[in-house]
Design a binder for this molecule. Structure first.
Ligand code: F6R
Length: 253
């Protein structure tokens, strides 16, 4: 079931999303969280840091598994997703380093790394909450538009749309890695609950198509319409603009 929550600002959406995660952590000290990178969840991670600093929540027993990592970037490269997670969250909360997991972008045997990450996800015994952003082309994790939905961890070629979008973080578009390892759509769909954060008008059309269009691997996020549990979507007014115009009844204020 998809629930789309209205927020005026990105900060408000981040707070609401962080509250959902905080409520889980208060009930389940050893929760398994699936994390995303990119600009969308940054404010939400800031809220989690604030709650942790205030003693409201603890990450002591929490395990995490991230969606994806660029192939070819080391964990300490400042554009790697490992670096991003440490910089934006892990270094500021009381999580144990050994309880955090990302694919290894420098693995020499990528097929073996793909299988290793399948094993990591499997060993978690179920992701309690998976955090997602959404790409301009509808990708979730780095599951790009394709002819089919990937089941397990996948080695993917990034599309031009993704390379262009992410080039803002690199000195030149040529520096953006061309491949990535990503949790598969099948694994995302096995999570117990999903939360998505997105903001800005550039995401408005793909979000409307994902949640109200046909379910197709051409818009990977559309598979969430078939998710068995709750998908809580936290959008700012800009990201919501088209949904508000076409499906106002679907928006929870
Ligand atoms: C990254 C990820 C991607 C991003 C998406 C949106 O771990 O899973 O699917 O969520 O590319 O990125 P931003 O938030 O930078 O627009």
């Amino acid at each position: 079931m998809i629930r789309i929550y209205y927020s005026k600002t990105q900060k408000e959406a981040a707070e609401k999303c962080a509250n959902v995660i905080a409520e889980l952590l208060k009930k389940k000290k050893d929760a398994v969280l699936g994390f995303a990178t990119g600009s969308s969840p940054v404010m939400m991670y800031r809220e989690l840091i604030n709650k942790c600093e205030a003693g409201e929540i603890s990450f002591e027993g929490v395990k995490t598994v991230n969606l994806d990592e660029y192939v070819g970037l080391s964990a300490d490269h400042d554009q790697s997703f490992s670096y991003f997670m440490h910089d934006n969250l892990f270094n500021h909360i009381n999580i144990k380093e050994e309880n955090t997991n990302l694919p290894d972008g420098l693995a020499t045997d990528l097929e073996a790394e793909r299988r290793r990450y399948d094993g990591v996800i499997e060993s978690m015994g179920g992701i309690d909450i998976q955090v997602l952003g959404i790409g301009h082309n509808g990708h979730i994790g780095f599951n790009e538009p394709a002819d089919s939905f990937s089941k397990g961890t996948a080695l993917v070629d990034l599309t031009k749309s993704t390379i262009d979008a992410n080039s803002r973080f690199f000195e030149s578009p040529d520096d953006v890695p061309r491949r990535a390892l990503t949790m598969g759509i099948g694994q995302i769909m096995q999570a117990k609950k999903i939360v998505m954060v997105a903001n800005g008008t550039a995401k408005a059309a793909i979000l409307e198509d994902a949640f109200f269009g046909e379910v197709s691997p051409k818009n990977p996020a559309s598979i969430l319409q078939f998710f068995k549990g709750e998908v809580d979507v936290f959008l700012d007014e800009e990201a919501l603009s088209l949904i508000m115009e076409r499906h106002p009844e679907a928006v929870i204020k």
